[in-house]
Design a protein around this ligand. Sequence first.
Ligand SMILES: [Zn+2]
Length: 446
Amino acid sequence: MLRSTTPSAAHVPHLLFALVLIFCCATTATADFSFVRNTGVAPGPTLLITAGIDGDEPGGFHAAATLITRYQITTGQLWIVPDLHPQAILKRERGEMNLKFAHIEHTDPLYDSVARIKTMVLDQQIDLLVNLHDGSGFYHPERINRQRNPGSWGQSVVIDQQTLPGIRFGNLEQLATVIITDISPFVLSSDEHFQIKNMDTATLDPDAPTLKSLSWFALRHGKPALTLEASKAHPVAVRTYYHLLALEALMKQVGISFSRDFELTPQAVARVIREDAQMTLAQGRIHLDLNQMHRNLYNFPLPADPQINTSGTNPLISLQPEDNGYRIHYGNNRLALLHPRRVQISADIEAIPVMIDGIHHQVTPGTILPVNSHVRIEPLPGYQFTLAGNNGSWPKLATRIDGDKVSVDRSGRLLRLEIYRDHMFSGMILLDFRNADEEVIEEEES
Ligand SMILES: [Zn+2]
């Protein structure tokens, strides 16, 4: 099932650019991988970027997801597959997908996914395949120590051979050299410089795993391929930073131009990963911030078939059936378990009148509402409001003690205000006291 969506206005302010997002089932079905095209208005080369072929390498798949949520391509295009092996990502395990490109049984559960990515690699629009991996240690052509030696993979650009003669972008070693030179001023410490790791795959023993890889499949079929390896020695955000550095150097080199809405530093990348942890449910009537979540959200109103609204959503976020509820996943992170209370949706209310810190507002269901001291909900004929876990002090409220056990977040400051009409669910507003003034809160409590 393919669905066309439009990008989130929050992350993509300039809609002049033709950015076509095609998400494949970023909801409860994860048998197949996501695929998003990020296309510039001006024609240019097309890169196919894959990540998540190994499910325990989050630097690669957060980098690919960031290209979807935070980059605008102006010239050329990216075809982005951030989660090539979704089941392995959910289980936080490596998986064996990258051993299945020389031969795969028809009965293999990965058969369809392998066939689909092969078709994409061979598409005549694709000029170059780039695989993102997180690798062990630090590759070095000579043995320095246990971390830094020819058997390690981290901080390398891997190629299968020097060139693929006669093919555009077949100058693999040169592409890798320019990437490494370009990014060297931005490497965080002198022992983290990237190296070229040339596998000389054609000369390997016939049983070598490299001969079964996606990258070698591409080369055998006349498609240039590079693999970027960020070291697993780094935190995830730093790995993601290195992937984006190297990808940007490659894009510049092949003539793909772009902009992004953040500064490329490890700190800003960490912030982007946090900010992208957002999920919208129930036809947009619930919006959850997925940071610092409680492990369990009880009595949570959900329709029988909760769908994540895919528009503008990070493709690494999904909702998976677990026990009698749903587990929220973000890449390798297992977040809250939603214990559902089944509801029918009533979608006829656009906004409710709310007094926030003494000022009137009209608030749309599905909003996270910053509050400093207190909230008062104005009466609205036909509608009922409940604050999860609250029994008293309504409608004036401002406490984290009340919210502690029922809050969406662990600080007890992100409270669920639920709106009903005749037992039908009209939406949820999260009252966000996380940045509230401590003194004001204590005064309101007394
Ligand atoms: Zn890998």
